[in-house]
Each structure stands twice: as C-alpha cells, then as structure tokens.
Design a protein around this ligand. Structure first.
Ligand SMILES: NC(=O)c1ccc[n+]([C@@H]2O[C@H](COP(=O)([O-])OP(=O)(O)OC[C@H]3O[C@@H](n4cnc5c(N)ncnc54)[C@H](OP(=O)(O)O)[C@@H]3O)[C@@H](O)[C@H]2O)c1
Length: 327
C-alpha cells in the first residue's frame, strides 16, 4: 500500500497551540463550520478561526448551552443540528446553502466516547452514527458550498482510539458481537480517518481536500464523561488529586494544544496540494510499520497511524456503506 503519510516537517510540534499555528494567517472573507464548536477542542478551534477573521458557524444540539459557551467568541453564529437526527442535518445544510455562502473550512469536531450501548431512531449504534455517519451526511449535503469555495478543507477529528479497532463491515451496529464501548469508539474514529481518505480522493479535482486529526489526550473537555474516574486515573492523564497531567510529548495536552492540529490542517499553507492524510502534533503522521506496532501501542510518545485507518480500499467501501445508511 502506498500512502502520503510522510511527515513534512511542519515546524510545529506536540506543544504548539492553536494560536501559535494560526499566527499570520488571515481568514477574512472565509467561512468555517465547526461541529462541536461549543465545547472542548471544538470551542477553541472556533475561537481561534474567528480570531483570524473567519465567519464561524457552530451547529449545536443544545442552543442555549452553545450560546453561553460562545459568549467568548463574538460574532460566532449558532444553528440547530443534532448529528443523531438526519432531518436536523438536512435542515441545517439547507439553511446554510440558502444563504449562498461558500464553505472554506469544515471541522468535524463533535463526538462522543465510550457511551453505554445506545441506538438512534434508525437502530444505528450511537458512536458510529454520531461520530461518523452524522458528519458523512453533513459533508455530503454541504458539498455544493465546499466546491463553491474554490479551495476548501475538511478536518475530520479522529483519535489515537483507532487502535481499539477497525471498521467491522459485517456488524457495524453490534448486533452480532458483544458491545464494547471502546471498540465502538475505535470503530467510529477509524471511520473518521477513512472518511478523510475517500473524501479527499473524491474532492481533490473540485478543490476539496480532507485531513484526519488525532488531537492528543485532553482530559479537561466533556469527552470522558462516560469513563469511570478510576480508569481516567489509571490512564495517567490525571494525578492522584485528579488534576490534569500536562506532558505534550506523551500526548497529554491542554485544550489550546489539542486544537492546534485541527487548526493547522484547516489553515496551514504548507498543506496546499496535500490531503487524505492522518495528522497529529501539527504534522502528517508516519505510517506504523508492522514491526513497530507493539512499541506504538505501548506508549503515546511515538506518533503514527495504523495502516487499516488509511487504507484506500476500506475508505471506498466505507463511503459506499455510508451512502446507503444515510440514504
Ligand atoms: N479530548 C481528547 O482527549 C480527545 C482525544 C482524541 C480525540 N478526541 C476527539 O476530539 C473531538 C472533540 O472532543 P472534545 O474532547 O472536545 O469533547 P467535548 O468537549 O465533549 O466536545 C464534543 C462536542 O460534540 C458535541 N456533540 C456530541 N454529540 C452530538 C450530537 N449528536 N450532535 C451535535 N453535537 C454533538 C457535544 O455537544 P453536547 O455538549 O451537546 O453533547 C460537544 O459540543 C471528538 O471527536 C473526540 O473524539 C478527543
């Protein structure tokens, strides 16, 4: 398999913040949509894109909470969207398209992790439906606006959680296998990475490029609410007193550092002409070779992406399945 997983190097690193990455970038006249842009990494991404001059739209399933969170981001627009509700995705996209605006940046930062088994109204497993299918449908419906930008980037926020498993095409919704919260998270995050590969392949001739991102481990966001406190402590992400441990070299990042790779992928001119790659620490990740996989899994110090998360054949298959599942 040949891939474009070649670090640049970018000049940034694990400790770089979103503000450092966007320094000198002027987004005046550009339009960005940031899902999940009212919490955690997404909120910081929205704030920094807005500070560089972009018009920022934040789709939210809880408008009141989103407006409160975005008080720190003057001018950010909030619109209703629930990634588990296909009709709300269509309504959001229709309203955006009706505004006649192009879409230069789409950051898919919304996500849930390790939830108890939940199914949406279609019977789809909720992590796959939220993290992947909702974003798939959103990008598909917004496609005319992405093309109209004449140079757009889609950032699919994935995770090192890809290590928990690939996409099980024979049982996407855990109907025949026991449900494991982190296996389902891993499936959805691998799907996020594969989505960027195929979206980029299909979009590049129309100026739409896509990137997948592992942001790092950022413990002070809303993501870990379903993970027991003992498991969080055992992971080393917090100390005995429950305070976040910061060590970007081991992926243990602040929110400002966690948003940096999304912002880098969305805006850095050095990525012009590139796409379909998985990134972390503000650079393109190397592919993990089979003989390196055990070491990669044992510690978070070594960057890298597992081949199954950027496999073009799996990416094309996931695209076709996702089209069927989102009609
Ligand atoms: N934090 C980490 O260590 C880490 C590591 C690797 C990858 N990531 C990825 O980074 C992304 C951002 O995570 P975060 O840490 O910033 O978490 P967060 O603070 O919980 O933010 C997640 C956002 O997604 C929104 N969301 C969830 N379900 C939604 C739905 N059905 N419709 C619309 N919005 C929905 C949430 O809204 P509500 O508040 O309404 O639920 C929230 O605004 C996620 O994709 C996550 O998988 C995070």
């Amino acid at each position: 398999m040949t891939t474009a997983q070649q670090p640049l190097p970018s000049g940034f690193g694990a400790a770089s913040t979103a503000e450092e990455v966007i320094k000198g970038v002027d987004l005046t006249g550009k339009v960005a949509i940031v899902t999940g842009g009212y919490s955690g990494i997404g909120l910081e991404t929205a704030r920094v894109l807005r500070s560089a001059g972009a018009d920022v739209v934040v789709p939210a399933r809880d408008l009141r909470r989103a407006r409160a969170a975005l008080e720190t981001v003057p001018g950010a627009e909030v619109e209703h969207l629930d990634l588990l509700d296909p009709a709300s995705i269509d309504a959001f996209a229709e309203k955006f398209l009706a505004s006649g605006r192009p879409l230069h940046i789409l950051v898919d930062s919304a996500g849930i992790m390790a939830t108890p088994l939940t199914r949406d109204a279609r019977g789809y497993e909720a992590q796959f439906a939220t993290n992947h299918l909702g974003h798939f449908q959103l990008a598909a419906r917004l496609w005319p606006a992405l093309v109209a930008a004449g140079g757009a980037r889609v950032v699919s926020v994935s995770s090192r959680g890809i290590r928990f498993g690939g996409v099980d095409f024979d049982d996407l919704h855990f109907e025949r296998r026991p449900y494991e919260p982190f296996v389902a998270y891993g499936q959805s995050k691998t799907a996020n990475a594969l989505f960027a590969v195929e979206l980029d392949r299909r979009g590049r001739s129309q100026g739409v490029r896509a990137f997948a991102v592992h942001p790092g481990i950022i413990i002070d966001t809303g993501l870990a609410k379903h993970v027991p406190a003992e498991a969080v402590r055992a992971s080393g992400a917090v100390d005995a007193q429950g305070r976040p441990v910061r060590d970007p070299a081991r992926q243990l990042k602040t929110v400002a550092q966690g948003a940096a790779t999304s912002v880098w992928c969305a805006t850095d001119p050095r990525l012009a002409g590139l796409g379909g790659v998985y990134c972390e620490n503000c650079d393109i990740s190397p592919l993990v070779a089979p003989e390196e996989e055990a070491a990669w899994r044992a510690g978070a110090e070594t960057p890298g992406v597992l081949p199954y998360a950027v496999d073009p054949e799996a990416a094309a298959r996931l695209w076709e399945v996702s089209e069927r599942l989102t009609a």
